[in-house]
Design a protein around this ligand. Structure first.
Ligand code: HEM
Length: 173
């Protein structure tokens, strides 16, 4: 059992935060599952028509990721409360909460308006790890350690992809 030192209290507080958030978030995303079920039940074309499959995919991804991240928040909270020496630092606690908000919200907003099979509000949909600004932070150290092709230099990163500056002579080839 954890003793009641100030440090233990902070850990407990973080654990409670993730637990509370997790249960509320589970309620929201299971309700979204219920809403999707209803759209299926009434065969609402805006959701089930073949031309709108991108919207359906985006909403399904929002539901699935939201539900699973809610469960992860609950699991993290319970683990921190019950396992000695498992520390849920404030940064980790908040990262779990923001991931559980931004990731499904990006999918959901991306599905509201779709353009020819592409999700709308693409900038927001980039909350997903493949395209988020956070991916820059995560992948930068790895990318910077990779060798470059001869004669090229490091360029800027757009949408998580590295754009190399290639010397003019190479363009002529
Ligand atoms: C722990 C609980 C749940 C988890 C982990 C979960 C996860 C998922 C996943 C991964 C999918 C995608 C399946 C696929 O496309 O192959 C999905 C789809 C779906 N889920 Fe859930 N789900 C949960 C609970 C619920 C509940 C309670 C409801 C309804 C009340 C629900 C309604 C739906 C519907 C309607 C779809 C299909 C959406 C579509 O394809 O249009 N889910 N769920």
């Amino acid at each position: 059992m954890m003793r009641s030192t100030p440090r233990a209290q902070t850990i407990k507080k973080n654990a409670h935060r993730n637990l509370r958030f997790g249960w509320w978030s589970l309620l929201v995303f299971l309700s979204l599952g219920g809403a999707l079920e209803t759209l299926h039940g009434f065969k609402i074309g805006w959701y089930v028509d073949v031309g709108n499959e991108t919207r359906r995919l985006m909403f399904t991804l929002a539901h699935a990721h939201g539900t699973l991240l809610a469960l992860i928040n609950i699991a993290a909270g319970l683990t921190a409360r019950n396992v000695d020496r498992f520390e849920l630092r404030p940064s980790v606690s908040f990262a779990l909460i923001w991931a559980a908000i931004l990731l499904p919200a990006g999918f959901f907003l991306g599905g509201i308006v779709i353009y020819d099979g592409d999700p709308g509000l693409r900038q927001i949909a980039r909350a997903h790890p493949t395209g988020s600004p956070f991916s820059e932070i995560r992948t930068a150290p790895i990318r910077k350690s990779l060798p470059l092709p001869k004669g090229s230099s490091r360029g800027r990163s757009v949408g998580g992809q590295l754009h190399l500056r290639v010397p003019k002579t190479v363009h002529g080839c």
